[in-house]
Design a protein around this ligand. Structure first.
Ligand code: HEM
Length: 118
């Protein structure tokens, strides 16, 4: 009479397959991929920011970060002059004088971040 049994090798292979699969998934996880490909985060001194002090080349500091505002200047709903006044300096106080606590202004600012101030 034939008895239906699993071979030991078959059980080992069946157990190993999900392990191998999860190993592959871990290796390919987005967080690890990001670690490999992410550019090092940049930081700039205030003297570097000072070199970009005009409307056609405008960097500014708001809080802890440095922003390149050059392409934002013509888009600003409140006009070019007030943003141009921030170029080449720490613009935190100027920004906050109008927009402190404004989510929409913070959201508009975020894409222009180029690094941290050191
Ligand atoms: C990079 C810096 C800045 C960003 C990203 C920014 C962003 C914005 C945004 C998104 C608006 C549309 C309305 C709102 O959502 O509040 C706005 C409006 C306005 N902003 Fe700014 N802003 C900046 C700098 C400044 C500065 C320095 C001043 C003045 C000191 C200023 C004065 C105004 C005024 C007066 C309005 C109202 C315009 C209107 O509705 O007619 N902004 N800004």
């Amino acid at each position: 009479m034939h008895t239906f049994t699993f071979s030991k090798r078959g059980i080992a292979a069946a157990a190993a397959f999900p392990l191998a699969l999860s190993g592959l998934l871990l290796t390919a996880s987005p967080s690890q991929a990001a670690d490999v490909t992410a550019a090092p985060s940049k930081s700039y001194s205030l003297s570097q920011v000072k070199a970009h002090n005009k409307a056609t080349d405008c960097w500014s500091v708001v809080g802890k970060n440095v922003y390149n505002l050059t392409t934002w200047i013509p888009k600003h709903p409140g006009g070019k002059t007030v943003v141009t006044a921030m170029c080449g300096k720490n613009g935190t106080a100027t920004f906050n004088s109008q927009h402190k606590g404004s989510g929409s202004a913070a959201r508009a600012l975020a894409p222009y971040k180029i690094g941290a101030v050191r």
